[in-house]
Ligand binder design. Structure first.
Ligand code: HEM
Length: 113
């Protein structure tokens, strides 16, 4: 099966239906989009100006679909974040504990002397 290919880059601004619809229909088989509008014979004639060739449909790669991350990949990514949070919480506590410990030792030494 062969698709007819049209280059409408120069036609974007002049298209009576606007450029957005053309851009939305680019890079794919736009036959249904074109036919659904009920374009006039004049529009079909104009279209021939932009014809650049044909493409074999079997050579077109399937569109890549967005693939959600697998759960294992997600947990692998979350783990370092979680560990980091624990360290962020523990380090100030350790410093505080160390400071109190030093103070306590200092007081003890004074009372002994
Ligand atoms: C080379 C390709 C195309 C040409 C030369 C073309 C040409 C035209 C022309 C001349 C009109 C004015 C109405 C008429 O005479 O039928 C028109 C309207 C329109 N076209 Fe296209 N068109 C093309 C592709 C497309 C595509 C792919 C779409 C769809 C996604 C589209 C959507 C529309 C829409 C929505 C209107 C407005 C219809 C209305 O307001 O009644 N056209 N086009």
């Amino acid at each position: 099966m062969f698709f007819k290919v049209y280059n409408v880059t120069q036609f974007l601004e002049d298209h009576p239906g606007g450029d957005e619809v053309l851009l939305a229909a680019s890079g794919k088989d736009a036959t249904n989009d074109f036919e659904d509008v009920g374009h006039s014979d004049d529009a079909r004639e104009q279209m021939q100006k932009y014809y650049i060739g044909e493409v074999d449909a079997t050579t077109i790669p399937a569109r890549r679909m967005y693939k959600a991350q697998t759960s294992t990949a997600a947990t692998q990514q979350e783990e370092p974040g979680f560990l980091f949070k624990i360290i962020q919480f523990l380090v100030p506590l350790l410093i505080l504990g160390f400071a109190f410990g030093l103070q306590f030792l200092g007081k003890k030494e004074k009372t002994e002397t």
